[in-house]
Design a protein around this ligand. Structure first.
Ligand code: CTP
Length: 263
């Protein structure tokens, strides 16, 4: 059985049950302006695919080891990705979260794969893509890793040291071109300037359906923070979401993710 819940931000206004033949059970929530009546919904919102979707979400940082005691990483807390996984699950979808190391609890009902390195995340995403309807790649994947891993702890030598690094595989950039992913593809762009235009560049280069851009130079949002303020960049328009908790931002993104028609 599939349950539609049409709701305003004040209260749920209408709930209808529907049993689509041969489909998995699922639920879809529409957020309507307060006091909106169900019959005022645009027709296309009523015709949306509403059966349970399968989400794959990457989150957190990766760790690129240098020796048994050291690694390269970044400041990502993983909160945005975990909030998205929780929101998608809350809306009745099937969710697989593939995450680098964080201190967060996996949201209830979410399937989970723990990874450490960019290569492990790449392999896990490639292996788990079958049947995925929506992929949201929020992970702050290290762009470079040490060329060589030392089995023994590296001892200090001179006053300076040069580390040789090489590129890690680009997971988002491989989704269409290497993995042949045909579902809805959503990427993130953490920028310190020109957020919208860099996000649009990523949308086009990596053949995404939406890129969520945010300004990580601001200390009150983004990395390591409980709040975010983002711009959603689509092929033909943009939408700004005001500063809000990552949980509320996640609900908006999941709403979009369920109605976007993939390229
Ligand atoms: N991403 C990925 N695999 C990588 C690097 C990034 O999947 N090896 C994904 C991130 O999860 C995010 C998006 O790509 O969704 C970020 O795009 P990218 O162009 O890689 O951003 P930056 O790493 O910030 O790179 P740039 O220096 O080009 O801004």
């Amino acid at each position: 059985m599939c349950v539609f819940v049409l709701s305003s931000s004040k209260s749920e206004t209408l709930q209808a049950n529907w049993e689509p033949p041969g489909r998995n059970p699922g639920r879809l929530f529409f957020n309507l302006p307060p006091e909106t009546q169900a019959w005022e919904l645009p027709w296309w919102r009523m015709c949306v695919r509403v059966w349970r979707m399968r989400f794959l979400i990457t989150a957190g940082p990766t760790r690129e080891p240098l020796d048994p005691a050291r690694y390269l990483t970044n400041r990502s807390s993983g909160r945005m990705g975990y909030a998205l996984a929780g929101a998608a699950r809350h809306d009745g979808h099937e969710v697989l979260l593939i995450s680098g190391p964080t201190t967060l609890d996996v949201p209830p009902g979410v399937d989970f794969i723990h990874v450490e390195t960019a290569q492990q995340m790449y392999d896990a995403v490639r292996d788990m893509l079958d049947g995925v309807d929506v992929a949201i790649l929020t992970a702050a994947v290290a762009d470079y890793r040490p060329v060589a891993y030392s089995e023994q702890k590296i001892k200090k030598q001179g006053e300076r040291m040069v580390l040789e690094l090489e590129r890690t595989p680009d997971i988002l950039g491989s989704m269409r071109s290497v993995f042949g992913f045909k579902g809805t593809l959503i990427g993130f762009a953490a920028e310190t300037q020109d957020v919208e235009s860099y996000a649009r560049g990523k949308l086009e280069r990596k053949q995404c359906d939406m890129v969520v851009g945010n300004d990580v130079s601001r200390r009150d949002i983004g990395f390591d923070s409980r709040e975010n303020e983002v711009v959603l960049v689509f092929p033909d328009h943009v939408e700004y979401l005001e500063k809000d908790t990552k949980e509320h931002i996640a609900m908006h993104i999941i709403e979009h993710a369920t109605i976007i028609r993939p390229k």
